[in-house]
Design a protein around this ligand. Structure first.
Ligand SMILES: [Zn+2]
Ligand SMILES: [Zn+2]
Length: 167
């Protein structure tokens, strides 16, 4: 048996013991620097996998939070009734959302609402279509179609306009 084969076989047979010994040495206080270098190298080598793991964790956490938001705000678009979670978004009905959102970021608006105990005044659930058409304060086409049967006022319609529609 040539030398490299021999040492490979030896390593194979004693693998557990070798690894345990290596770990024990690494954990000794005098080997702290070595250990840090080892950890650094580990992180570098596995950067991608670690990153993916971190991402999927935060995505999961985000979608849990979004589920809570949707439930807290009625579960459907207050204008057209769409209830597909991926299409739903929180609308600042007071039109003061821009600055607030800029400060908080999308994820943190949800966190903010949760911390505030789901304030109903000034926030409502809209689907992305209704949210998009009403982004400059114009009423949603759904209003003209007489299609809204939901209790909450249709998107983008001020109180005054609502009275005219109802008259
Ligand atoms: Zn809608
Ligand atoms: Zn609409």
């Amino acid at each position: 048996m040539i030398r490299s084969e021999y040492s490979r076989a030896w390593y194979h047979a004693n693998r557990e013991r070798v690894l345990a010994r290596r770990k024990e040495l690494l954990l000794r206080p005098e080997n702290r620097v070595k250990r840090d270098t080892y950890m650094q190298k580990y992180v570098e080598r596995n950067r991608e996998a670690l990153e993916t793991r971190k991402q999927s964790w935060s995505q999961r956490r985000f979608s849990d939070l979004k589920t809570e938001v949707i439930a807290a705000y009625g579960g459907r678009c207050v204008c057209c009734g769409v209830d597909e979670p991926r299409l739903l978004t929180i609308d600042h009905s007071n039109r003061d959302g821009k600055e607030h959102r800029k400060q908080l970021g999308r994820k943190n608006v949800y966190q903010f609402l949760k911390e505030q105990g789901w304030p109903q005044d000034g926030y409502r659930l809209l689907c992305i279509s209704c949210n998009w058409v009403t982004r400059y304060g114009e009423p949603c086409p759904h209003v003209e179609q007489d299609a809204w049967v939901f209790a909450a006022p249709p998107c983008g319609v001020a109180e005054a306009t609502l009275e005219i529609v109802n008259a």
